[in-house]
Write a protein that binds this ligand. Structure first.
Ligand code: SAM
Length: 212
């Protein structure tokens, strides 16, 4: 989701109270110092305009949430939603997840959400896919021992690639469906912006949960 450049978006990242700047300096201290309560930490990578996380944060005050998004112009939309909320358990980072291990310590993250990640269809770009073994290695470095990764997509090719990638990495897929809404896992599903579009078109949604 690359929006056109919105004037002022980059500047907003420097002052917005819900954006954590210099996240590298918070490594190892997210739960106790940033959120100050030791609650579980759930992270969405590629959070886009933030609909999923804003709803999750409201529904789960017992969890701390971080949204990571590469582009300021996209994140700006999430910050607008965030400003209308009362919650104290949601912050955002304008950051490229390639640097994930620079900002989270070993075992610091309890759950990672990957929702409708960019497919990067060209073979030569496989390492950029958020479910590639390159990224699984990064998740391995920051995910708690019992942690999980939840992945949803409408893109069958990306889903098949992801299943292979998880197997190659030697991790497990305890939950897998190729039609989320007609599966036992539909209950309590929180929609993302992209998902809403695909669901309206009647497209099947693929989902899996990945564990070590
Ligand atoms: N998760 C949202 C949803 O489902 O509506 C947005 C989906 S959009 C297709 C993918 C988002 O991931 C884009 O906003 C993109 O900028 C972001 N993204 C892709 N690669 C990223 C990376 N390496 N680090 C941070 N964000 C990334």
């Amino acid at each position: 989701m690359r929006l056109r450049n919105i004037p002022g978006a980059k500047e907003e990242m420097l002052v917005n109270p819900y954006v954590i700047r210099d996240p590298e300096t918070r490594k190892g201290s997210w739960k106790q110092e940033v959120f100050g309560n030791g609650r579980p930490l759930y992270v969405e990578i590629g959070c886009g305009k933030g609909r999923f996380l804003c709803q999750m944060a409201e529904e789960h005050p017992e969890v701390s949430f971080i949204g990571i998004e590469k582009f300021s112009s996209v994140l700006l939309r999430a910050l607008q939603k965030r400003a209308a909320m009362e919650a104290d358990n949601l912050f955002f980072l304008r950051f490229d997840a390639e640097g994930l291990t620079e900002i989270f310590g070993p075992g610091e993250v309890d759950r990672i959400y990957l929702n409708f990640s960019d497919p990067w269809p060209k073979d030569r770009h496989w390492k950029r896919r958020l479910t590639s073994t390159e990224f699984l290695k990064r998740y391995d470095a920051v995910l708690a021992p019992e942690g999980a990764i939840e992945f949803k997509t409408d893109n069958e090719g990306l889903f098949d690639f992801s299943v292979e990638s998880v197997k190659e990495y030697g991790w497990q897929i305890p939950v897998l469906t190729r039609d989320l809404y007609h599966s036992p896992y539909a209950e309590g599903n929180v929609l993302t912006e992209y998902e809403d579009r695909f669901a309206t078109l009647g497209k099947p949604i693929f989902k899996m949960i990945i564990r070590r």
